[in-house]
Ligand binder design. Structure first.
Ligand code: E4P
Length: 226
């Protein structure tokens, strides 16, 4: 499972990249709005930092296919070919996906709440389909089960579309999809950091350090204990 950062704050992105092996960044209009800057200013800064090989996912906001297509062309012109055009999986969005995928653009079908939406997006040529795990949970349906079902639909129908699971609110949701082997998950920085932020892990490591210092002296390590 690929792991992407669901955020547009450059400081957060730099911090996660420093410590974790991640595959790129996803944004949406609400995430970009939090930065309060022009979207292209934010996105160019992210692209420059993550490099041209990493995935960057950027969403269109128009409500007609023709305008979504114009947005998609501009997004890739400005941000480079490894930029995925995120298109909401509504009727106009499916039309835009068909056209843009036939032109060779990378597409992420977003705002997926149901398996049948994901199937239609895959048929329209989307590279990724993004089910909103936690938002589905909030509707009283199991977001993990919906995502697994989408995974199975793709596999059982020979569809090449991958899952890019999104909208997580806790580690367990991510872990369950990792275990199932979905293509990718995009996760907010605080949840990624929460994966490893565990007092039991820290106290186990502290005991090792104390025992070693008891043997060799305070501040000593394997670098300077001889
Ligand atoms: C994916 O890219 C979605 O836009 C995003 O994960 C939605 O997350 P939210 O439900 O936390 O807003």
């Amino acid at each position: 499972m690929k792991l992407l950062i669901d955020d547009a704050n450059i400081e957060n992105i730099k911090r996660i990249y420093e410590y974790y092996a991640v595959d790129g960044v996803t944004t949406n209009p609400s995430i970009l709005a939090k930065n309060g800057k022009n979207p292209y200013e934010t996105l160019k800064e992210i692209r420059e930092f993550i490099g041209n090989d990493a995935e960057l996912h950027v969403q269109v906001v128009s409500d007609t296919a023709e305008e979504m297509i114009l947005e998609g062309h501009k997004i890739v012109d400005v941000l480079g070919k490894n930029t995925y055009i995120k298109i909401p999986t509504v009727q106009e969005g499916l039309k835009a996906m068909k056209k843009l995928s036939s032109e060779g653009y990378n597409i992420t079908a977003t705002a997926i709440y149901t398996p049948i939406q994901a199937y239609l997006a895959a048929k329209a040529g989307a590279n990724y389909a993004a089910p909103y795990v936690n938002r589905i949970d909030n509707l009283g349906t199991n977001g993990i089960e919906v995502t697994r079902k989408i995974h199975d639909i793709f596999e059982n129908n020979g569809l090449k579309t991958q899952i890019l699971a999104a909208s997580f609110k806790n580690s367990l949701q991510v872990l369950e999809l990792c275990e199932y082997g979905v293509g990718a998950s995009t996760v907010a920085p605080e949840i990624i950091e929460g994966f490893i932020n565990n007092p039991n892990i820290s106290s186990a490591v502290d005991v090792f350090t104390k025992d070693f210092e008891g043997l060799c002296g305070e501040g000593k390590t394997m670098f300077n204990c001889d």
